[in-house]
Design a protein. Structure first.
Length: 289
């Protein structure tokens, strides 16, 4: 099944540690917790304390979009499945509208004659949850003593972190997400997704290493930034296959380790920047009503 076997969670082991600490080494196959905690460790001091100290909670919530793909949650699973990827080749060179999910679905369905859930809707999942967090931060500014507000900010921030980490995984930007089709049928390098997934956990890439040197910055045009990020991630698809072809994910080299660490750090940086941008922009939001 498409990507459902990837990004499985090891949440209980991660959440058992001290809240202020960082989780053990996990990336895709172990969950999104490490990238999320790495980002949380670099939040600036002007971000609310509950959010800066919420690394363990954010890490747990970052796993929810995969939990929503439970096979018995049939309505939720179907609604969720397209949020985790964007197969850029299937856009046929067209640009997704930076307005809303429904405009994007209309373009894919009516103009490209394709199923939006098969092409993917990842950038909309990122923008929607970024805005949920921004609205939650606004509420915190207005009503800092309401206990429910930090809870919803942590949920929104954690869910956002799931999709930003997905965007950093090159194989979530291509229809060749787990092998490349061959003229005679079948797929070459089937299983590459799982081999790349397993690399950080097997080779000691943890949040302490991911977080080093990250600095939060405010993003100007969030939609354009996210689309550029996805395009840059897509540019690394060939590199994934080159490294896999020489078994460098199974037998690590300096090059393969540096490559995977760079992608982990990219995911953490995007997460950090969107969290911080949501906080800064929340100051000037108009009232809800």
């Amino acid at each position: 099944m498409r990507r459902f076997a990837a990004l499985l969670l090891g949440g209980s082991a991660v959440l058992a540690g001290v809240v202020a600490g960082l989780a053990p080494a996990v990336w895709w196959s172990g969950g999104h917790e490490s990238i999320t905690e790495a980002a949380a460790a670099r939040l600036p001091d002007d971000v609310p304390a509950f959010f800066r100290r919420g690394g363990k909670l954010l890490a747990h919530f970052s796993g929810d979009p995969d939990r929503w793909k439970n096979r018995e949650a049939k309505f939720l699973r179907r609604a969720e499945e397209g949020n985790h990827f964007l197969d850029l080749e299937d856009l046929d060179g067209k640009e997704l509208p930076g307005t809303n999910r429904f405009d994007g679905q209309r373009l894919i369905y009516y103009k490209l004659k394709k199923d939006p859930s098969r092409v993917g809707l990842l950038p909309y999942a990122i923008l929607e949850n970024y805005e949920r967090l921004m609205v939650g931060f606004y509420d915190h500014r207005q009503t800092p003593n309401v206990e429910a507000v930090p809870m919803k900010c942590l949920v929104a921030g954690g869910v956002l972190a799931h999709y930003t980490a997905d965007a950093a995984m090159p194989l979530h930007t291509t229809r060749d997400y787990d092998g490349r089709p061959q003229p005679g049928g079948g797929f070459k390098q089937k299983g590459v997704h799982a081999r790349l997934d397993a690399f950080p956990e097997k080779n000691g890439i943890g949040p302490e290493e991911i977080t080093r040197g990250l600095e939060a910055k405010v993003i100007g045009d969030v939609w354009a930034h996210v689309m550029k990020f996805i395009a840059e991630s897509h540019a690394e698809v060939d590199k994934c296959y080159e490294l896999d072809a020489v078994k460098a994910f199974e037998n690590p080299t300096d090059e393969s380790r540096a490559f995977v660490l760079t992608r982990c750090r990219a995911g953490a940086q995007l997460t950090l920047d969107l969290w911080y941008t949501a906080w800064v922009r929340s100051e000037k939001l108009p009232p809800h009503w």
